[in-house]
Design a protein. Structure first.
Length: 510
């Protein structure tokens, strides 16, 4: 049987974060009452003229630069004609034979961890259509979305598996959000994807392409692509031919359905839109946009791995959100230079753990604590002033207040007890109260050390320094045993003690 390998290309529509529409002053968000954000231009009334939104052009330049496209100084708008109730103009203003950008590539991490480059064919600006609201008895048009600016990004057919296509799309989404031109919400359709699929035979002859429309989650894309690859394989295996069709994906049925024969360019009857002049962009405009472009997320993740020894996983989680990774780097800067390397892991865990959880709980879009105070808290854990669990309590109180770590530690009475005399007295009490366990320990049940440490924590309301407590307990428990071992334990705990003091810069041990 002939072997076929899939070839996948993507067309992505990203809704641009401008306040007004692409060719009129109507708002892109806000009043959601149907047809409340419309005007003669976006409704296509005769005589209304489009005026291009300069901010949308700047956003396209940002994306084009980030993707390494060649940006053309003189692109043009065209009318793409089709008839549908959500398109009051009867045509969509888009770019056809002269798009704003061509070429370029996006680097992304393949599912196997390797970096790949996906070649970009073109990017262009266009307006969105409206929506149809289906009720039980009829369908109504809501034209609020008509004229909303979209950037269409078209890749070459370069993906060899659904997983590779999804990995690319995740990177593209993160990048578009990073450069601040799209909110990346697939759920709310501000990022939409069409995929075309064909099968190549062993002689490398390309097969007929089909297109799957409007995929709105990574999972759906993966399922739909697998389904369509299987469908084409089955058609070819039974001696049939794959037709050029457009498919719709039904996630609930886990199946696609053929919507219509695939349109060709001729079906759309493209003509230049003479209501709009050439879209001229100057070198100065491009340069001013380039100057404000941030470091891109994948490059940033790689730098974090290089500079701070983060795992790829941690670096990816952090860079998923630019605000979080900015905060992470600020947190590192707030740590004392000589402890920065040692506390990096702790910083990552606090951000990806406690901080993310707190933000999720409070459903807040901003970071509820400043980097300097969190840095101080990490130092207090590191120097043994407070336990990790006490630090969580301090952190909770720190969020949304302006109090610093030391004030909260004092106020909440969480200062860790690491004083030798106090801990030793406490340990002696505990051993005295549990003679049976002491006896068992000395007869080889070493696992009971955890039991004694647990009692120490309980007695001290969690404030006993666990490392010091453990050393002292070991020391006391060895008391009845070998004298040499006792001395060795004492020496070890003394050494640990002086290391700790030197690290904390206190030097208070005799
Ligand atoms: Zn309008
Ligand atoms: Mn389009």
């Amino acid at each position: 049987m002939m072997e076929y390998s899939p070839v996948i290309g993507l067309e992505i529509h990203a809704q641009l974060l401008t306040r007004s529409k692409l060719f009129c002053a109507c708002a892109t968000t806000g009043d959601d009452a149907p047809n409340s954000r419309t005007c003669p231009e976006c409704l296509g009334h005769p005589g209304a003229l489009p005026v291009l939104n300069a901010e949308a052009v700047r956003m396209a330049i940002r994306a084009g630069t980030a993707l390494g496209c060649t940006l053309h100084p003189d692109s043009r708008f065209a009318r793409k004609h089709y008839f549908y109730p959500d398109l009051p103009k009867g045509y969509q203003i888009t770019q056809y034979d002269r798009p704003i950008g061509t070429g370029g590539a996006l680097r992304f991490r393949m599912p196997d961890g390797n970096i790949a480059h996906a070649a970009i064919q073109r990017i262009h600006l266009e307006e969105d259509a409206g929506k149809l609201i289906h009720t039980e008895t009829d369908a109504r048009a809501d034209d609020n979305r008509c004229g909303t600016p979209l950037l269409e990004i078209v890749t070459y057919p370069v993906f060899i598996s659904p997983e590779a296509a999804v990995a690319f799309l995740q990177e593209l989404r993160r990048m578009l959000m990073y450069i601040g031109i799209c909110d990346g919400s697939m759920e709310h359709a501000s990022l939409r994807c069409d995929a075309n699929v064909s099968l190549r035979d062993t002689a490398n002859a390309p097969g007929q392409r089909t297109e799957i429309k409007n995929l709105n989650s990574f999972r759906h894309i993966e399922h739909a692509l697998h389904w369509e690859i299987d469908r084409q394989r089955t058609v070819l295996a039974s001696g049939g031919t794959v037709e050029a069709v457009t498919l719709l994906w039904d996630e609930n049925a886990n199946a696609g359905s053929i919507m219509r024969g695939k349109e060709s360019a001729a079906d759309y009857h493209y003509v230049d839109d003479l209501d709009l002049p050439e879209l001229v962009i100057t070198t100065e405009e491009i340069e001013s946009v380039v100057a404000t472009l941030p470091e891109l997320p994948l490059a940033r993740a790689e730098r974090l791995v290089q500079e701070h020894g983060l795992s790829h996983y941690d670096a990816d989680v952090l860079t998923a959100d630019r605000m979080m990774v900015d905060f992470f780097e600020e947190l590192l800067r707030c740590l004392p230079a000589d402890r920065r390397a040692a506390l990096t892991k702790s910083a990552v865990h606090w951000i990806n753990g406690e901080l993310l959880a707190a933000m999720k709980n409070q459903a807040c879009g901003t970071i509820p604590v400043d980097a300097a105070r969190l840095a101080h808290l990490l130092e207090r854990i590191d120097d043994g002033s407070i336990s990790h669990s006490a630090a969580k309590l301090v952190f909770e109180n720190m969020c949304g207040s302006s109090q610093d770590a030391d004030a909260l530690i004092a106020e909440l009475g969480l200062l860790q007890v690491s004083d030798e005399t106090t801990l030793r007295a406490l340990a002696e009490d505990i051993l005295e109260a549990h003679p049976a366990e002491v006896h068992a320990f000395q007869n080889g049940k070493q696992g009971l050390l955890g039991f004694f440490i647990q009692r120490m924590m309980e007695q001290s309301q969690g404030k006993a320094d666990p490392r010091r407590s453990s050393a002292i307990l070991r020391d006391l428990l060895a008391g009845a045993g070998d004298q040499e071992m006792k001395e060795a334990t004492a020496r070890r705990s003394e050494q640990e003690g002086s290391e700790r003091s030197a690290r904390a810069g206190e030097g208070d041990s005799p």
